[in-house]
Write a protein that binds this ligand. Structure first.
Ligand code: FMN
Length: 135
């Protein structure tokens, strides 16, 4: 378990792109954009599973994920690696359903919420620390 530094959590509270990389049972990487993705707390990320196909199948075989979060306005990006679990109910699921219903009422109700326990955090911002481990 690792913690995203508070300074970065705060920076990522605004709008950002959230890309989720998974891997298939035979090792093929897959990337999906998850607009519902966000930082839940310094030790967890989440996204709503609305349209996942390969992402979902991959997570059934392999819970390890890499997430790229990019704030284009602030010119910062981090990569978070972690372990995903899927919830069909519970407090996080209810919070995400309520949040989506308010922000994007035309979207279908999520089938699952994917919670990601943070295991490492990496600097993706262009510059001398790019690629370095942060946590
Ligand atoms: C801007 C944008 C936001 C998206 N947000 C989500 C999302 O929050 N949840 C989701 O399940 N799919 C979302 N999608 C769809 C996924 O990127 C992707 O198409 C879907 O997971 C199927 O791909 P897969 O087979 O790789 O899983 C979004 C797509 C775009 C373009």
């Amino acid at each position: 378990m690792a913690r995203i530094p508070e300074k970065i959590v705060t920076l990522l509270e605004g709008g950002h792109a959230f890309w989720v990389a998974t891997a298939s049972a035979d090792g093929w990487p897959n990337i999906a954009i998850k607009g519902s993705g966000a930082v839940a707390d310094p030790e967890h990320l989440f996204f709503a599973d609305l349209f996942s196909k390969k992402t979902r199948v991959n997570l059934e075989h392999n819970p390890l994920v890499a997430v790229a979060i990019h704030d284009a306005e602030k010119h910062i990006a981090v990569q978070v690696k972690g372990r995903a679990t899927l919830s069909e109910s519970g407090p996080l699921y209810d919070t995400v359903v309520a949040r989506l219903a308010e922000k994007a009422p035309s979207l279908p109700k999520p089938k699952y919420v994917v919670e990601i326990a943070v295991e490492s955090v990496w600097d993706m911002t262009a510059g001398p620390n790019a690629g370095e481990r942060i946590a």
